[in-house]
Design a binder for this molecule. Structure first.
Ligand code: HEM
Ligand SMILES: [Cu+2]
Length: 646
């Protein structure tokens, strides 16, 4: 019965019941207002079913939130019950249950985000491996098999498109949750706070992702959709019912993004330790702040554009239908006004991790700390002025394309500041190369590839040639892997001892790194190459006469190798969390506050507040403490004050 008392299980049951009740309710409303609930006309029947299912799915998502219990406190408050000030976990419940139910501790929420993120990245990866098999050679018809037909009711091109489109969006959702994991786990500990500013909102922000992700992936079983992750109309207005699942699922994940961002912004502005001025914060906190500003201000746009598509599908409103007075280009503007800044949501935290780790493993100050901090804000700002570079080929005004080209190329300036700082930080440093450092350095190289393949796409003349080819796919995989996936692994290895109090296996970690990094180089350079040669993206097959069968085979093998390397990493983490050697102290000899409390961190991170007296990255400077820990908080390890002594 313990199983039933976990929030997750109750949420899932509630979601199923809610969906059924919601469908019945929608039907009842249709009857009340005199609309038909069934029809002999196939097209009309399909439309009616869609309305019912969408009504059900939305109510189902709300039911999940009620069932899991995140709304309990708020609902109680609304009914006039006294507010429960003590939000500590119930000590009578076993510890593992905290992760499967509502918990307000930012560290638990961080882990919940992290595990969900890895699950989603795994599902997205599996989809990639599936459709990459189809692409391994020209002429393969793997996705045509009867198994898929029986399981899903459709196959071949439509399945390819569905897998490809879902892969894109599931990966993006996986990234977003990974960022949530890092920000939730690290930000309070890095600034000396015991939790986020709004713990209940924090829990809400995590849990809304769960029905969101389920609905998104369920699209596979509702007929899929074939629009790519962008969902452009008119295609998205005509796509099967699966399209709606995509729109609702992503909408909920976006809602989480906005709620989570509010929390980070308020926490950073109001809860820093004594003496921690903005320019004395660990650099990752700056990255988290800039990221949250984008999330908070831009996400509404994708929510809005998806809502409009839904309204057009469900109620026939002609926002994008030119024959009804609409304009499909409007969608693209709204979509990219979020989705371009959003790419910086994916990469700013990753770049923050790189800036955080390089000083530790080169025992040198972070070069140009203030410039690096401001560059995150600069990137965030410029990110808002460049969205139309995705529309150079959409038939927008030729004159308007020019300012968007210049704005796009301008992003190189703040990004260059970061690269310059990394190189200068490493310069003549005492370098060490444990797994997290390898991942950080590997990210820099991959992100550099993303950086040099960007300008050709931001320049109108070359973009018109490269648009919708695999060159684009290669470019964004470089920025995504270099900007987030590799830094995410760097962070997982680096903070693993903090989280578990145990050490991972360096040997397996290094195997993971070299296998993944090498394969990724093959994958991304292969994609860039076939793109330059004219391979179009989003197509299920290609002509053998084009002569890039062999390169495609290499890309597919690399994709499998990347998948394998991640399985290796998971094995390492799961085994080491239980059997790894103990690592209680400041494993990396870091100056950052989270390493000066015991590992794993106690329930309330800092039983007594500490004071910041110096600069965060003065590694190698004798007697320049950063934080002074009161005896009660500190690990009792080597030095309580985080000095620069070697
Ligand atoms: C093993 C790892 C991966 C492989 C083999 C892979 C492969 C691919 C391929 C072949 C496409 C289809 C390109 C096309 O036909 O247009 C694609 C699309 C995409 N991928 Fe990946 N990918 C991987 C990981 C990732 C990750 C980690 C992310 C995100 C953070 C990501 C994001 C995307 C996006 C956004 C699309 C675009 C989908 C669309 O055009 O609608 N991928 N990927
Ligand atoms: Cu862009």
């Amino acid at each position: 019965m313990r199983f039933l008392s976990t929030g997750l299980v109750r949420g899932l049951i509630a979601q199923i019941i809610g969906t059924v009740v919601g469908m019945a309710l929608t039907m009842a409303i249709r009857v009340l207002v005199g609309l038909p609930v069934s029809s002999t006309d196939a097209a009309l029947q399909q439309h009616i079913t869609e309305v019912h299912v969408v009504g059900g799915v939305i109510i189902g998502a709300i039911a999940f939130m009620v069932g899991v219990g995140v709304l309990d406190e708020w609902l109680g408050w609304a009914r006039g019950k006294p507010i429960n000030e003590n939000i500590d976990p119930d000590p009578s419940k076993p510890n593992w249950m905290r992760y499967f139910g509502v918990d307000f501790d930012h560290k638990v929420i961080g882990v919940q985000y992290g595990v969900t993120s890895i699950l989603l990245l795994g599902i997205g990866g599996l989809m990639a491996v599936l459709f990459r098999t189809e692409l391994a050679q020209s002429g393969i018809t793997f996705l045509n098999s009867d198994i898929f037909e029986i399981m899903l009711g459709y196959n071949s091109e439509h399945l390819f498109n569905t897998l490809m489109s879902l892969h894109g969006m599931v990966m993006i959702a996986g990234n977003l949750l990974g960022i949530g994991a890092l920000m939730n786990y690290l930000v309070p500990m890095m600034i000396g706070a015991n939790d986020m500013a709004f713990p209940r909102l924090n829990s809400f922000a995590f849990w809304i992702n769960v029905p969101g992700a389920l609905i998104l992936v369920s699209s596979m079983f509702f007929g899929g959709f074939d629009t790519g992750w962008v969902g452009y109309p008119p295609l998205s207005v005509r796509a099967p019912l699966g399209m709606e699942m995509f729109l609702i699922g992503v909408y909920l994940v976006g809602l989480s993004s906005i709620a989570g961002a509010i929390n980070v912004i308020v926490t950073v502005f109001t809860m820093r330790a004594k003496g921690m001025t903005m320019f004395r914060m660990p650099i990752f906190v700056w990255a988290a702040l800039a990221t949250s500003i984008i999330q908070f201000t831009a996400t509404q746009m994708i929510g809005l554009s998806f809502q409009l598509v839904m309204l057009e599908r469900l109620f026939g409103m002609g926002f994008f239908d030119a024959t009804a007075g609409g304009d499909p280009i409007l969608y693209q503007h709204l979509f990219w006004f979020y989705s371009h800044p959003a790419v910086y949501v994916f990469i700013l935290p990753g770049l923050g991790i790189i800036s955080e780790l390089l000083p530790v493993f080169s025992r040198k100050p972070l070069f140009g700390y203030k410039a690096v901090a401001m560059s995150s804000l600069g990137i965030a700002l410029i990110g808002f002025f460049v969205w139309a570079h995705h529309m150079f080929a959409s038939g927008m005004s030729p004159f308007l394309r020019v300012p968007f080209m210049y704005a796009t190329l301008l992003v190189a300036v703040p990004t260059g500041v970061k690269f310059f700082s990394w190189v200068a930080t490493l310069w003549e440093g005492k370098l060490e190369f444990p797994t997290p450092m390898l991942f950080a350095l590997g990210s820099v190289i991959i992100f550099l590839l993303g950086g040099v393949t960007g300008p050709p796409l931001g320049t109108i003349a070359t973009d018109l040639h490269l648009h919708d080819t695999y060159f684009v796919v290669g470019h964004f995989h470089d920025t995504m892997f270099g900007g987030f996936v590799f830094p995410f692994f760097a962070a997982l290895y680096y903070w693993f001892p903090k989280l578990t109090g145990r050490m991972y296996s360096e040997k397996l970690g290094k195997w993971h790194f070299w296998l993944m990094w090498g394969s990724f180089m093959v994958l991304s350079n292969g994609m860039l190459l076939v793109g330059l040669l004219g391979m179009r993206r989003r197509i299920v097959d290609y002509d053998p006469a084009l002569g890039f069968d062999f390169t495609h085979l290499l890309i597919t093998i690399a994709a499998f190798a990347i998948f394998l390397s991640v399985v290796l990493a998971l094995y390492n983490f799961i085994r080491s969390a239980r059997k790894g050697p103990e690592a209680k102290g400041n494993v990396w000899n870091s100056r950052s506050p989270e390493w000066h409390i015991p590992s794993p961190a106690p329930l309330h991170n800092f039983p007594e507040p500490f004071e910041v007296v110096g600069e965060p990255y003065d590694y190698g400077k004798i007697d320049s403490p950063y934080v002074i820990m009161p005896a009660a908080s500190a690990t009792g390890h080597a030095h309580a004050a985080a000095t620069g002594k070697e």
